[in-house]
Ligand binder design. Structure first.
Ligand code: S3P
Length: 440
């Protein structure tokens, strides 16, 4: 698919983002380990959701999908029939995590605790993503794991069971790795202690605590001991990473106001709000709510006079998924923005440093690649051109938003990549301005 976009004179609307992808994964997986049923509502949508559901069902977990109103997926419910830590069954075929590294890494943590043989794999992009970061600590805990090449690339063959807790220092601030080890630690003998170099999203820690697990967080150190989980009904908040596209669109467009309701504002995810505030973006919160373990708010973003900033250090894990679209905002800011310490971007669904720089430079941006980031000169405007998604959902959507801001016509090739996390993205984009048309 190709999507052809033109910048509208006015950009306005109230998009409803999908449920948070990270929280959805944890709600499904942790409730599978609990013993009774739990209901998850406003689950994320898209291919990544299909991936986690497929893997858990492949392990014998019954998960029912109840459709309340076929025209509104946000009213769907998923009922998870938890099997308990010993109730998973040996999969008779390869577990397919698709494009989702979150599915792959979290499910691998569970497989390391199970006394059976399993193989987990994914699509071509996932099969090139480094897994040694989970394989080494899970093997240290006692699991037997084999993978391809020196970096333990997928597929992984895992035989787990009888594992014991370890103390592990994470080399990178990764929530996927941390969560994989927390899940393994929950079912391991003894104590598992994880030391993080910086705070990454903490949804797993919060949900484990809400489900009654023996988990303690002391600064950047997390300790988990073997425990039973109580089932937890979860109302998943809107996804901040999906919302970020609309916030940047509004802040960078000369005549815009966009309101997004019920977005998760867990502080480990709000780096994008902090960076945009430092850039002078006019974004405010309304209806801040703290019900459940994840705070939410409505966010209102308006046209802004943006200035350059520096994004580096401990901020990086808090904005890791939003960096491509923040690079787009930086094109509209006065001065030169630098992004540093973000080498992890090179091992995401695509090499997001190269993909972002190449994609936006085609539209007239002045972005220089750095080994661990980008230097982005504010050029004040972009000109439409043809660009690619690199098969990466966040690059597809960044280029879509660029089309809302660029002069002339922007074409995004392989635009269906957005379906991984935001299947309604292109319709929503059209609804905010009404002048794009889809071509096939
Ligand atoms: C995720 C963590 C992040 C993020 C990914 C989802 C998660 O990766 O990029 O989209 O749900 O744990 P890392 O923190 O592992 O880099």
């Amino acid at each position: 698919m190709r999507e052809v976009i033109q910048a509208p004179a006015v950009l306005e609307g109230s998009p409803v983002p999908p449920g948070d992808k990270s929280i959805s994964h944890r709600a499904l997986l942790l409730n599978s380990i609990a013993r009774r049923r739990a209901t998850v509502s406003n689950l994320c949508v898209g291919d990544d959701r299909a991936s986690i559901l497929r893997c858990l069902r492949g392990l014998g977990v019954r998960i029912e999908h109840h459709i309340a109103h076929p025209w509104d997926y946000s009213t769907d419910n998923f009922v998870v029939h938890g099997v308990g830590p010993d109730g998973f069954s040996e999969p008779s075929t390869v577990l397919n995590a698709g494009n989702s590294a979150t599915t792959f890494r979290l499910v691998s943590g569970l497989l390391a605790t199970q006394p059976f043989f399993s193989v987990i794999s994914g699509d071509p992009s996932l099969r090139e993503r480094p897994m040694d970061r989970i394989v080494s600590p899970l093997m240290k805990m006692g699991a037997t794991i084999m993978g391809r090449g020196g970096d333990c690339l997928p597929p992984l063959a895992i035989r787990g069971g009888n594992i014991h807790g370890v103390r592990h220092k994470l080399a990178v601030a990764s929530a996927q790795v941390k969560s994989s080890l927390l899940i393994a630690g929950l079912l391991a003998e003894g104590e598992t202690v994880i030391e993080q170099p910086a705070l990454s999203r903490d949804h797993t820690e919060r949900m484990l605590a809400a489900m009654g697990a023996d988990v303690e967080v002391d600064g950047l150190t997390i300790t988990v001991r073997r425990s039973e989980l109580n089932p937890l009904d979860v109302q998943v908040p809107g996804d901040m990473s999906s919302t970020a596209f609309w916030l940047v669109a509004a802040a960078s467009h000369p005549n815009a106001c966009i309101r997004v309701k019920h977005v998760g504002i867990n502080p480990s995810r709000t780096g994008v709000l902090d960076v945009l505030a430092a850039m002078g973006a006019r974004i405010h919160k309304e209806n801040v709510r703290a019900d459940g373990s994840e705070p939410t708010a409505d966010l209102v973003a308006e046209s802004s006079d943006l200035r350059a900033t520096e994004i580096a250090g401990d901020m990086i894990p808090r904005v890791i998924d939003e960096l491509p679209v923040l690079a787009l905002a930086a094109c509209f800011a006065r001065g030169t923005t630098t992004i540093r310490d973000a080498g992890e971007l090179r091992v995401k669904e695509s090499d997001r440093i190269t993909a972002t720089a190449n994609g936006l430079n085609r539209l007239g941006a002045r972005i220089e690649e750095l080994e661990d980031g980008m230097s982005i000169r504010g050029v004040g405007g972009l000109t439409g051109a043809e660009s690619e998604s690199y098969g990466d959902h966040r690059i597809a959507m960044t280029m879509g938003v660029a089309g809302l801001l660029a002069k002339g016509e922007t074409t995004v090739i392989d635009s269906e990549a957005a379906d991984v996390s935001y299947p309604g993205f292109w319709d929503t984009l059209r609804s905010l301005q009404g002048t794009t048309r889809a071509a096939s």
